[in-house]
Design a protein around this ligand. Sequence first.
Ligand SMILES: Nc1nc2c(ncn2[C@@H]2O[C@H](COP(=O)(O)OP(=O)(O)O)[C@@H](O)[C@H]2O)c(=O)[nH]1
Ligand SMILES: [Mg+2]
Length: 357
Amino acid sequence: MSERLKNVALAGNPNSGKTTLFNLLTGSNNKVGNFPGVTVDRVSGIAEFSECGPVRLIDLPGTYSLFPNSGDERITTEVLINPNHPDHPEVVIYVADANHLDRQLLAFSQILDLGYPTILVLSLIDEFEEAGNLLDLEYLHKQLGVQVVAISSRKRRNIDVLKNAVCQELQHPVHPPRKIKELHRDALKMLGEIGQVENPPNLYLRWLWAHHHDWLKLNISISEEHWRKSLEDNQFEPLKEQVEETFSRLNTLEDLVKDSVKKDSKAQTISDKVDAVITHWLWGPIIFAVLMLFVFQAIFAWATYPMDLIETGFGILGHWLRNVLPPSVLTNLLTDGILSGLSGVMVLFRRLQYYFF
Ligand SMILES: Nc1nc2c(ncn2[C@@H]2O[C@H](COP(=O)(O)OP(=O)(O)O)[C@@H](O)[C@H]2O)c(=O)[nH]1
Ligand SMILES: [Mg+2]
């Protein structure tokens, strides 16, 4: 029997460019979409890497975290936390859209804690750079302890670098260092009581099993009753723990992204270009003087035309009203009081409008 090909999974948020990359690496033509749910089931294909031969690439449905909210997120979670699943990967390529990095790394940090040799791929780097942004890849690499590759599938940038990174992880897997949180230490104690599971798995993995035991088909010899009793005895509060852990991850990730994404000082935006001219030591004062002259001219010369027009208009209206209305105190009030007052106020507004806008 031939040796099974190694599984490499593409994971990440919906719409981060996984399927586009999958198609590029496998030569397939799967549907690409810019809305969630396009890849609703996993798709696999063979990718040939010159450095390490063929691998089985699995395009997982997009997921925001390993606490699934939908059927497709469940598929991804199951593949990643069930060691007996046929698609359980040896290496994970986590694809994150560089343009929205702050919202993309929650599932990544969970996958790291599961101990997978993982490569962080920052995708759509073409758009990211066009918007005048810079990424500190070295900083991300140091902080996360994994290989970080910025790619553009559209422009075929760094695809070979990524392939080499995958081969390196397959040949010499690096299991990222895990920081054990108190929360998960409790899980170890709790799940230790449940029973001995072969190859004592990763602590975080056990904790996720405890969360998902009601739907996950693990194929291990622990009865549902045993689960329930142990979780109850240990006062396991899934929702509270999920919220605590999610907030703690998001806080850490927010700082990480803030420190690694920068504006490219060389890439000038339109406002940078305008600033460079109007704050110039010579052009700045000249532009200011011309603008002031323009405003002065607008108030004292050009504004007279609309003001004259308003005054003439009100004059004609007053004259007409005096002719059609019988002479009385009320007519005088209307023509000499209200209309002239209105005309004066409008002329004043007109002047102010010129002045301020
Ligand atoms: N500019 C640019 N767009 C990309 C790139 N890769 C993917 N996209 C676009 O991003 C959107 C989502 O891609 P898709 O592969 O379906 O993402 P998935 O949901 O993660 O599988 C599609 O509109 C793609 O055309 C890239 O390298 N550059
Ligand atoms: Mg897809």
